[in-house]
Design a protein. Structure first.
Length: 291
C-alpha cells in the first residue's frame, strides 16, 4: 500500500468497505473453501465442490452465509486495515519518513491483524457455520436466518463464549494474513517497479503485486485457517478442545489436512486481494464519504 504525498486523512472504514465489495465477488469460492476444509474425506476439487453445491442445493446456495461474510469483513477488515493505516500514518508524521521500512511495517501489520481477528471472531464463527450448514444432517443444522440471528442464537443456545471459539488460531491467522498480505504487496510492488520497471500507477502492476501477495498469504495462513475452521464448526464442547480436534485430525487425516482447500483459498484470495486494493484506491480517488 503506497503512501501518498498529500496528508489526507481517509476514513477508518475504507478498508472494510473495499473488502466487502471484494467479498461479493469471491464469496462462492470462499464457500467452496470452507466445505473442503471441513470435509472429513479428502479428494474433492474446487470445481467438483462448486458443481456439487449447485446441483444438489441450487444455484443460489453458492451465496450461503453471505450476510455473515459481509459482517465479517465489516468487523475484521475494517479493524485491521483501519488500525494499520492509523499506525503507519502516525509513524510517517512523527518521523517524516514517507516510506517506512519492512521492519517497521511488519509489527504494525501484526498488531492490526491480531486486533482484527479479535473483533471479527464472532462474525467468523457464524460465517463458518452458515456456509457449512447444508452439509450437516437435517437434525443437526442450525438454520440461522442471517448473521445477526446467528449471533443472537449462539448467545442464547450456547453462550457468549461460543462466539469466541477458535480465537487463538483466528488471532494467529489475522496476524499472518495481514502481515503477509499487506507487507508482501508493498515489497512485490516495489520489486516490480524498481527491477521490472513496471508503471506504479498501472492496474497491471497492482494486479501482479496482489497475486504475489495472495500466493504468499494463502500458503502462510493455510494451517491456521483450516484449524480455525474445524474448531468454529464443532458443535459445543462435545467434540473436544482445540488440541483434541487438532490431534484427531492429524491422526486420522495426516498433517496434509492443514493445507486442505489451498487451491480454492488461493483462487479466492488472489481476486479478493486485487478487488480490495482496486476498490480501496477508487474510494480514495473519489474521497467517498469525505464531504
Amino acid at each position: 500500500m503506497s503512501t501518498s504525498s498529500q496528508k489526507v486523512k481517509y476514513p477508518f472504514w475504507y478498508g472494510g468497505a473495499a473488502s466487502m465489495i471484494a467479498c461479493l465477488v469471491t464469496h462462492p469460492l470462499d464457500l467452496a473453501k470452507v466445505r473442503l476444509q471441513t470435509a472429513t474425506t479428502p479428494g474433492q476439487s474446487l470445481i467438483s465442490m462448486i458443481y456439487q453445491i449447485i446441483s444438489k442445493e441450487g444455484p443460489l446456495k453458492i451465496y450461503s452465509g453471505l450476510t455473515a461474510s459481509l459482517l465479517r469483513q465489516a468487523t475484521y477488515s475494517t479493524t485491521r486495515f483501519g488500525i494499520y493505516e492509523f499506525l503507519k500514518e502516525s509513524y510517517i508524521e512523527k518521523t517524516q519518513n514517507p516510506k517506512p521500512s519492512t521492519a517497521v511495517l511488519l509489527p504494525m501489520s501484526m498488531i492490526s491483524g491480531a486486533m482484527g481477528g479479535l473483533v471479527g471472531n464472532p462474525s467468523d464463527v457464524v460465517n463458518i457455520r452458515m456456509q457449512n450448514d447444508s452439509t450437516l444432517p437435517i437434525e443437526q443444522r442450525r438454520n440461522y436466518r442471517n448473521a445477526i440471528d446467528g449471533i443472537i442464537r449462539i448467545c442464547r443456545e450456547e453462550s457468549v463464549g461460543s462466539l469466541f471459539r477458535g480465537l487463538t488460531p483466528n488471532l494467529v491467522r489475522g496476524v499472518l494474513m495481514t502481515a503477509s498480505q499487506v507487507v508482501t504487496y508493498d515489497i512485490a510492488k516495489n520489486i516490480l517497479v524498481d527491477n521490472v520497471h513496471m508503471d506504479p500507477t498501472k492496474k497491471s502492476t497492482h494486479f501482479s503485486a496482489s497475486l504475489l501477495a495472495g500466493l504468499v498469504a494463502t500458503t502462510v495462513c493455510s494451517p491456521a485457517d483450516v484449524v480455525k475452521t474445524r474448531i468454529m464448526n464443532a458443535k459445543g464442547a462435545a467434540e473436544g478442545s482445540a488440541v483434541t480436534i487438532l490431534t484427531n485430525a492429524v491422526k486420522n487425516e495426516g498433517v496434509g489436512f492443514m493445507f486442505r482447500g489451498w487451491l480454492p483459498s488461493f483462487i479466492r484470495l488472489g481476486p479478493h486481494t486485487i478487488v480490495t486494493f482496486l476498490a480501496l484506491e477508487q474510494l480514495r480517488k473519489y474521497k467517498i464519504g469525505m464531504w
